[in-house]
Design a protein around this ligand. Structure first.
Ligand SMILES: C[S@@+](CC[C@H](N)C(=O)[O-])C[C@H]1O[C@@H](n2cnc3c(N)ncnc32)[C@H](O)[C@@H]1O
Length: 248
């Protein structure tokens, strides 16, 4: 049986997180209208091949770099390394096919502060239809694709990582922490992992097995506790601690 995440909506979780924590650098892959990164107050890098910015995306950010290209092209450009950027928080919400998210995760981890957190979106589907890989027949409503596979892949290949599956509606947020930017296990085994998982459906993997493999943690409890998961790479936890501009 599928378990539908029923906690606080992910937009609300993200906006409360950014209101509470400040990071040196934030990366978002897959931005569309900009709604999920509009509330960010940290220096931001936003990547999407098809931006449809509809909101004030600069907002309170001290810097915003927008890359209208695929995440593969962005990472291949070397922008992060060239500029000595260490990311404190990343939100990966680009192409919803697992091999894309796996590459985004590999490339992102290499640029992370080890105390930082990578958030993966849409890894907790609430039905089979939304997990399709058929790009010509996507469901009319939510499409998670098969990025659910990141959970078993990371459990099998990177047991050193800490996965917290937050119950944020509609399709969960997986917080990946305990990062090792130098770790090459996933990149060295990328072809094998993709070969093992590409034809696997969630029914073949086992829906019960999938949902038994993790416990959902409460997004609300994380917010109430002041976002302890995110503190290690956060520069400040409270807006009151921030330096304020002085009006002459
Ligand atoms: C689900 S939307 C992102 C929604 C946004 N994060 C939010 O929460 O409002 C997915 C986005 O991924 C983008 N995308 C598709 N392929 C991509 C790729 N290869 N690299 C980066 N982004 C991609 C799409 O253009 C789309 O805007």
């Amino acid at each position: 049986m599928f378990l539908k995440p029923s906690g606080m909506p992910y937009y609300r979780f993200l906006s409360a997180l950014h209101e509470t924590c400040l990071f040196d650098w934030y990366l978002e892959v897959g931005c569309r209208a900009g709604k999920s990164f509009a509330p960010v107050r940290s220096k931001t890098i936003a990547v999407d091949p098809f931006f449809q910015a509809e909101v004030n995306i600069i907002g309170r950010k001290p810097a915003l770099h927008v890359f209208q290209q695929t995440s593969d092209d962005f990472f291949a450009s070397g922008f992060l390394a060239r500029n000595g950027i260490r990311l404190g928080l990343a939100f990966l919400d680009g192409m919803h096919l697992f091999e894309f998210l796996l590459r985004d995760l590999i490339n992102t981890e290499a640029a992370m502060d080890p105390g930082g957190v990578i958030l993966l979106h849409d890894c907790v589907p609430s039905g089979t239809g939304m997990t399709t890989r058929d790009l010509d027949n996507l469901p009319k409503r939510a499409w998670t694709g098969d990025v659910w596979k990141l959970i078993p892949i990371l459990q099998a290949w990177r047991p050193d990582l800490h996965l917290t599956v937050l119950d944020c509606q509609p399709t969960g947020l997986v917080a990946v922490s305990g990062l090792s930017p130098e770790n090459r296990v996933l990149s060295a085994n990328y072809e094998r992992i993709v070969g093992d998982f590409s034809d696997m459906t969630i029914e073949a993997f086992g829906v019960e097995r999938f949902f038994a493999s993790f416990q959902m943690a409460s997004g609300r409890a994380e917010r109430r506790a002041g976002f302890p998961l995110f503190r290690a790479a956060s520069l400040g936890f409270d807006r009151a601690l921030e330096p304020r501009a002085v009006t002459p």
